[in-house]
Design a protein around this ligand. Structure first.
Ligand code: FES
Ligand code: FE2
Length: 343
């Protein structure tokens, strides 16, 4: 039997249950072609029904297991490419066209998942024994406000999602890893870090400077999701709106793969809003991709078990905190599963 500590470690590695995760941009989910996604190692398929509502079920045909994501959307349901079986958004077999009066019709064969959209992004809820029903998906205030505008960018990184979270909880890497970038070349290269609790999470910040580089990150941890945000200082040449704010979510795809979702935002309205959007597309976007690539290459180059040999120092307060949060949540999930199994 696997001991509890190992179970907790495995749960942290594969990603917490009981969470809303971003899986795709809204525009990627269509009412014609299904979209295959992997979430916490599970293959899912998403599409839109006739009313534009997003449906999400296991990406597994109840007949013989073909990926439903290879099929097509028929009148709001999904049709398997292999032999044409039609399944609805609740995972119920609607029709078996090749076989009259087939007993499979009407059977609930697949698990279905709650899905919703916010700010051009599609989120799926992965239930846990503790929280089988989804809690509210709490979005960052910038994405709830008309005062901010921005762009969602996503990228797939071949590393465990924990590396992406650790990286976000580590502002000190900005002035080293990104030292040659347009926006992150400034400030001192030596500092101490401080960690402060906030109402919903924590803020990790450099003690010696604010607003010179990527100097702080704030994490918000809610019952059904977590995200972080940080500021990239902008010089006046970058136009109106002050700093660029990044809001970040991370999806654990599989053991060695994650998908990052970053909104790049500025607080601008009216004509300034349009000029920022234009400037961003025309000039700034490529700089940001360059910075993000530096993160990706670094994290993908780190061994999967780096944790076993690493030697943390004072700057890693944020990294330790985020790990502690994940471990506590995983422990509580494992305990709830044990309780449910014993009932
Ligand atoms: S495997 Fe899907 S219809 Fe046969
Ligand atoms: Fe970075």
């Amino acid at each position: 039997m696997i001991d509890k500590k190992t179970l907790i470690e495995e749960r942290v590695n594969s990603g917490l249950l009981g969470q809303w995760y971003p899986v795709a941009k809204s525009v990627e989910i269509k009412n014609t072609v299904p979209y295959g996604a992997i979430v916490l190692g599970r293959k899912l398929v998403l599409w839109r029904d006739g009313a534009g509502q997003i449906k999400c079920i296991e990406d597994f045909c109840p007949h013989r297991g073909a990926p439903l994501s290879y099929g097509e959307v028929h009148e709001g349901n999904i049709g398997c490419r292999y032999h044409g079986v039609i399944v609805d958004g609740e995972g119920v077999v609607q029709r078996v066209p090749a076989m009259p009066e087939c007993a499979l019709e009407g059977r609930k064969a697949l698990e279905s998942f709650h899905a919703t959209e916010h700010s051009d992004c599609v989120f799926v809820y992965m239930p846990s024994a503790e929280q089988p029903e989804p809690p509210e998906l709490v979005m960052p205030k910038e994405l709830e406000s008309d005062e901010w505008t921005g762009f969602l960018c996503t990228s797939v990184w071949d590393c465990n999602y924990r590396y992406a979270l650790d990286n976000l909880a580590d502002p000190m890497h900005g002035c080293y890893l990104h030292s040659e970038s347009f926006t992150l070349a400034f400030g001192s290269k030596q500092d101490l870090m401080e960690l402060n609790k906030t109402g919903e999470g924590f803020r990790i910040s450099r003690v010696g400077q604010v607003g010179a580089n990527f100097d702080w990150t704030e994490f918000e941890v809610h019952p059904g999701n977590m995200f972080c945000y940080l500021d990239i200082p902008y010089p006046p040449a970058a136009g109106p709106g002050g700093n660029m704010r990044i809001v970040g979510f991370v999806l654990p795809v599989a053991e060695r793969r994650c998908k990052v979702f970053f909104w790049r935002l500025r607080q601008v309205s009216g004509i300034e809003r349009e000029s920022w959007r234009f400037l961003y597309r025309a000039q700034l976007e490529q700089n940001h991709w360059h910075v993000l690539e530096q993160d990706r290459v670094m994290l993908e180059g780190m061994p999967d078990d780096a944790r076993k040999r690493e030697m943390l120092y004072q700057h890693d307060l944020g990294v330790s905190r985020i790990r502690q949060i994940l471990t506590r949540a995983a422990k509580s999930q494992i305990e709830a599963e044990t309780r449910v199994a014993a009932e």
